[in-house]
Design a protein around this ligand. Structure first.
Ligand code: ADP
Ligand code: MG
Length: 644
């Protein structure tokens, strides 16, 4: 028996079904409705926008604005698919200045909910508002459906029973509290990028956000993200609008101490539109390399403004991604601005920043307790969800205390290294904005340690150095700081020439695996750069003829060093010719050569170490990104002793 397949008939979809299918892309969850409605309010020139939510937006989302409103006759059109007042031709897409442009949001939302719109324009001759209830329809809507209503100039759109007619979609929703936090995060994000507009957001009648109009971007950021973060945020800016490819940037980046395990606390905007973009993420992360631990991500708010012609916004259904005409320029502007901000700041970790719960947000941005099921909340996360600190001060230090070593110290080598290295002098510290400070943390961008002869240094448990600066007590991890100092000096030198090396009278024979001997050729250019001359000696041995003077002076054994190097080189992401590989190896050298926890240091060595701290860049963190220095400010001390 043969089965004759039946040939399916092709039918045109009804507008309702077509919109429901389109809604699958645009309206994924309540937060997508919130985004589309608030964006429409912003596009309508509103100065005040309020959002009400019930049951995480599944029962009710109402967005009310004081914008231009919709003409009575246009109300049915606003809800029809592909009807928009924002673009008229394909060419218009090249310079979209509004957040919306596809004309499908209201139709999509109306097809999967009970949507009603009430609107009044300032010019309506009747002086009345008009209302349209869709009851799940997107077709056949006309003047007969528009009823008179009362209300102020502006628009109020109410969306009830989301996904009531698409149960499959409804099933994909997470818990009410998760959906609610996503809706609130969406409003927070839009509020961040539009500091000129007032926002009010209520969920189940509780106020979640209430911010006034006409705020500066900084004020708005602090209101939304939490005032306590003020001292942890560094300002970044760049203005290249005069350039033909004009682009300007303003933003805030978090100090290393508030880096996070995910990118959830990175808010990036292009022309007021929240976007996720690899170019921007990379440009933001690069300057933090070596000041935060690998796998962690800087927190940031970055607002990029550029000509609409420089960016294609029509590449993602929810408009969450964009394509730059020239992503190189965007990268360079972000990278240099962030790098400069970090270079100008004193990144010494404050005791305050290391405590477990520095994330109490502004009370106005409090998120309900049910938020805990969100995977990684945004910057507005409540106390207790912190990823910032790992625990107590003591735990903090335990993490990187290393075993003792009896190796004698020679600071001569580092001294020469650092003196020989062409360090860029540090730019002057920026003026301190005292008004922005939280009362118990030391000022942002403060000046660095001043090694006056009077500054006394105390080595504690042969591991930490305790001293003071004008803000309070400094506690230095001797190994971490020495490692950073060595690393910077090696890095500076290797960019000039190959590292200086010491010929060995008799070669040192190192036992190695056949695989390692086989890789020696591939590694030779890297070895030459760092001053190692090594050649195979049979299938399982390597002869080392020359060794970096730096390591030699610090009594590092060639065998031990090469074993570590081969270990590093066996990592899957180790690319022998790459800058990353070079940095990794230099870091390993610095780590091996650095003074260890447990090493006793003389007074002059301690002074020398602290002098070097000031001489190198990024001395606040070791090359792995962990802090070298923690400051306990006088204010903090006063607070701890109940004096303030
Ligand atoms: P788009 O935003 O892409 O134009 P929408 O479906 O979101 O498409 O909205 C359709 C149209 O309805 C808009 O172009 C606008 O003219 C009108 N509209 C929607 N919301 C508002 C609002 N809050 N105030 C004024 N007009 C609005
Ligand atoms: Mg829209």
């Amino acid at each position: 028996m043969t089965l004759v397949p039946s040939i399916p008939r092709i039918l045109a979809l009804s507008p309702l079904v077509a919109s429901q299918i389109a809604a699958g892309e645009v309206v994924e969850r309540p937060a997508s409705v919130v985004k589309e409605l608030v964006e429409n309010s912003i596009d309508a020139g509103s100065t005040s926008i309020s959002v009400e939510l019930e049951q995480g937006g599944t029962e009710l989302i109402r967005v009310t604005d004081n914008g231009c409103g919709v003409e009575r006759a246009d109300l049915p059109l606003a809800i029809s698919p592909h009807a928009t007042s924002k673009v008229a031709s394909v060419e218009d897409l090249d310079h979209v200045a509004t957040l919306g442009f596809r004309g499908e949001a209201l139709a999509s939302i109306a097809s999967v909910s009970r949507l009603s719109i009430r609107s009044r324009t300032a010019t309506d001759p009747s002086g009345a508002a008009w209302q349209l209830e869709t009851e799940g329809r997107v077709e056949g809507l006309g003047e007969q459906d528009v009823r008179p209503a009362s209300g102020p100039v502006g628009t109020s759109i109410t969306v009830r029973n989301l996904f009531f007619n698409t149960p499959a979609r409804r099933k994909f929703l997470r818990t009410i509290s998760t959906e609610q936090s996503r809706c609130i995060d969406t409003v927070l994000e839009l509020a961040l990028s539009h500091p000129g507009l007032a926002f009010l957001c209520k969920a189940q009648g509780r106020t979640m956000l209430d911010v006034p109009p006409n705020q500066s971007p900084r004020e708005r950021a602090l209101d939304v993200l939490g005032r306590e973060l003020g001292p942890e945020l560094l300002e970044v800016s760049a203005d290249q609008l005069d350039d033909s490819r004009g682009i300007s940037l303003w933003g805030l980046v978090g100090r290393p101490s508030i880096a996070r395990a995910t990118r959830a606390a990175q808010h990036t905007f292009v022309n007021g539109r929240a976007v996720r973009d690899r170019t921007i993420q990379h440009a933001l992360s690069e300057p933090f390399r070596g000041i935060i631990e690998p796998g962690r991500h800087p927190t940031a708010l970055l607002m990029i403004e550029m000509s609409p012609a420089g960016v294609d916004v029509n590449v993602h259904p929810q408009k969450a991604e964009v394509r730059f005409r020239d992503s190189g320029v965007v990268h360079s502007v972000v990278y240099h601005a962030v790098k400069r901000a970090l270079a100008e700041a004193d990144l010494t970790a404050s005791f305050h920043a290391l405590r477990p719960s520095p994330w109490r947000g502004d009370p106005r941005a409090i998120i309900p307790p049910s938020r805990s099921d969100a995977v990684e909340p945004g910057l507005s996360s409540p106390a207790g969800t912190t990823q910032v600190a790992t625990g107590s001060f003591v735990d903090y230090f335990k993490r990187f205390t290393r075993p003792a070593s009896a190796e004698p110290l020679s600071f001569e080598a580092i001294r020469q290294a650092v003196d020989a290295a062409p360090f860029e002098s540090r730019p002057p510290a920026p003026a301190v904005e005292l008004s922005e400070q939280s009362p118990i943390t030391e000022p942002v961008g403060a000046t660095s340690f001043i090694p006056t002869p009077a500054a006394r240094l105390l080595q504690v448990h042969n591991s930490f150095v305790v001293t003071q600066d004008e803000h309070g007590v400094l506690i230095v991890d001797q190994h971490a700081l020495h490692e950073r100092v060595m690393f910077e000096s090696l890095l500076a030198r290797v960019t000039q020439s190959d590292l200086e090396s010491q010929r060995l009278l008799t070669p040192v024979i190192v036992d190695a695996g056949p695989a390692q001997v086989a890789r020696l050729d591939e590694l030779t250019p890297l070895l030459t750069r760092i001053g190692v001359d090594a050649a195979p000696l049979g299938p399982k041995q390597i002869a080392v003829h020359a060794f970096p003077t730096f390591l030699f002076d610090r009594r590092v054994e060639p065998a031990e060093f090469l074993t570590s190097l081969f270990d590093q080189a066996s990592a899957s992401d180790f690319v022998p010719g790459s800058e990353d590989a070079l940095r990794d190896v230099l870091d390993m050298m610095a780590c091996k050569a650095a003074v260890k926890a447990g090493d006793r240091m003389t007074d002059s060595e301690l002074h020398e170490l602290m002098r070097l701290r000031d001489a190198v860049e990024r001395s606040s963190n070791c090359p792995h990104g962990r802090p070298t220095t923690v400051r306990l400010s006088i204010r903090e001390l006063e607070r701890l002793f109940g004096r303030a």
